[in-house]
Ligand binder design. Structure first.
Ligand code: SF4
Length: 209
């Protein structure tokens, strides 16, 4: 059983409540979406290298950290991704999944920490979000809102109001250079939900992958 992999590497987790923790990233190739400000276009358009799940399972434990994130591209666009998530969890690792929310989250191993990156109007892909995915989020899961302008922030507030009971962890992050971080920080402070977290992408600040 194989997956099309763009790269496997270790770095500091740049986002989410795991920010700053050394993490192995399994970056799967390809994504059918086309966000206007996609910062991984090279991954979205790549074919990747076919690697068996068995081989991935041998590689990850050698990288010296028990935290692993499966990302993309859009990882759930590959049907074997859910098998990989189960295998990683069975290994006792702390498993994160970063997804756009455009693919069903059903049958994602319940031990997985889902980070659902909700694409706002400025991405041109807001319509891709599967709203039914909100019903599948648990207390360990996070919803991240990239924000490029005021319309995006208002959209995020609308989603938060609508799915309030399913959102335990909420992160706002500026799309740069379109969004000035200090302005978004003020919006979050004044209008964001009590549990909303403002966050800059640590890996970009540090200039690391
Ligand atoms: S979902 Fe992610 S990888 Fe796909 S186009 Fe949007 S930003 Fe890029």
């Amino acid at each position: 059983m194989e997956l099309s992999v763009f790269e496997i590497f270790k770095t500091l987790q740049g986002e989410s409540s795991f920010q700053g923790i050394p993490t192995v990233f399994i970056r799967l190739a390809g994504c059918p979406l086309n966000c206007s400000w996609c910062d991984t276009k090279h991954v979205r358009e790549a074919e990747g290298k076919l690697i068996s799940i068995d081989e991935i399972m041998k590689t990850v434990p050698l990288m010296g950290t028990p935290v692993v994130e499966v990302t993309g591209g859009e990882p759930l666009a590959q049907k074997n991704c859910k098998v990989l998530l189960k295998r990683l969890n069975d290994q006792g690792l702390t498993v994160l999944l970063e997804t756009s929310g455009a693919f069903p989250l059903d049958n994602v191993d319940s031990r997985t920490h889902i980070i659902m990156d909700v694409k706002p109007p400025s991405s041109g892909e807001a319509q891709s979000l599967l709203k039914s995915n909100f019903d599948l989020l648990g207390t360990n899961d996070e919803v991240k809102f990239p924000v490029a302008n005021r319309e995006d922030f208002d959209y995020a507030l609308f989603i938060i109001r609508t799915y309030e009971k399913r959102l335990w962890k909420v992160v706002f992050t500026p799309v740069e250079p379109e969004m000035e971080p200090s302005i978004l920080a003020q919006w979050v402070l004044k209008e964001g939900p009590p549990h909303g977290r403002f966050q800059l992408q640590l890996h970009k600040i540090l200039g690391i992958p």
